[in-house]
Design a protein around this ligand. Structure first.
Ligand code: CP
Ligand code: NVA
Length: 322
């Protein structure tokens, strides 16, 4: 039995079996750290040319109602590297677009597939799909959350700093799906998260409340402030994301005005800790939420972060589909 098999089949590993991966909030700190442990192992094995066909013969359906570069390519590659098959399902080609109900789609797909990854708008749609599907459902981004991205972000932070307990992540920009998942992750892992965003673009109050409840156990400090420079002081990780997320294209011009000053530039990097890293989930709008100089600068860990989507999602797939 390989080390990866041992991690999948011990008590903690088995606690994932058949589970949905909809939100980081649904998992314990120990479970999150198990994903990190398996991700590191799979990454090292992949680099060493070791094949790990943990999901031989299994099929992952991947439903996309929004565009994607990283999520699609990393999930498709991930399932293939694990010995399985990835089936790309564009919403344009599914009956869902013509009104077939989610419960019907969920039950039919459950008869063919071993797991479903879905990217869509409403988080409720993913919850409904998971309720009706008898196979694991993985959240590949909703308007509310982006848990797979944040698992890769946490992994990237651990690669650089080791333990994230007591470290500080500062997010600058829109209080969106990225912030929500970052708050949940910080709360579970004892990492402080400070978010600087304009008044009318604050994170969701219910998410903040749930994250703060988790943070009591770990001592994570979760706060929302207005001033980006003040937020950046003492940060180990600087994070940003686009000002207008997918589905908000109509607000793009208004948001460009509202978000002036909410940009990770060299001044912000200089205000953070000297060994800080800069992360961005991508795609980025250079000259808006981040400067070209910072993206390409020595603090940027953005390309490692993008690569880590592959390794971390392999761990998630192996854990829930085994
Ligand atoms: N970060 C991310 O999820 O990228 P894609 O939209 O390209 O999948
Ligand atoms: N907040 C962004 C994340 C993209 C990966 C969006 O939802 O479009």
């Amino acid at each position: 039995m390989t080390k990866a098999h041992q991690l999948l089949y011990d008590e903690l590993g088995r606690s994932f079996s058949g589970k949905d991966f909809l939100s980081i909030h649904d998992f314990t700190s120990e479970q999150i750290m198990r994903v990190m442990e398996l991700s590191a192992l799979l990454k090292a094995e992949q680099k060493a040319g070791v094949r790990h066909h943990l999901l031989e013969g299994k099929t992952l359906g991947m439903i996309f109602l929004k565009p994607s570069t990283r999520t699609r390519v990393s999930f498709e590659t991930a399932i293939w590297q694990l010995g399985g098959y990835g089936l790309f399902l564009s919403s344009n080609d599914l009956q869902i677009k013509r009104g077939e109900p989610v419960p019907d789609t969920a039950r039919v797909l459950s008869r063919y597939l071993d797991a479903i990854m879905i990217r869509t708008f409403g988080h409720d749609e993913v919850v409904e799909l998971a309720e009706w599907a008898s196979i694991p459902v993985i959240n590949g981004l909703t308007d509310l959350l982006h848990p797979c991205q944040v698992m890769a972000d946490v992994f990237t932070g651990i690669e650089r700093f080791g333990d994230l307990r007591g470290r500080k992540l500062t997010y600058i920009g829109d209080g969106n799906n990225m912030v929500h998942s970052l708050m949940y992750a910080g709360a579970k892992l004892g990492m402080h998260v400070t978010c600087a965003c304009p008044d009318q673009y604050q994170p969701d109050a219910a998410v903040m409340e749930a994250a703060k409840a988790d943070a009591v156990a770990t001592g994570a400090r979760l706060e929302v402030v207005r001033d980006p420079k003040e937020a950046a002081r003492g940060a180990d990780i600087l994070y940003t994301d686009v000002w207008a997320s997918m589905g908000m294209e109509a607000e793009q011009e208004k948001r460009k005005k509202d978000f002036q000053g909410y940009c990770i530039d060299q001044e912000i990097v200089d205000a953070a800790n000297p060994d800080c890293i800069v992360l961005h989930c991508l795609p980025a709008h250079r000259g808006e939420e981040i400067t070209h100089e910072v993206m390409e600068g020595s603090h940027s860990a953005i390309w490692d972060e993008a690569e880590n989507r592959l390794h971390v999602q392999k761990a998630i797939l192996a854990l829930v589909m085994s």
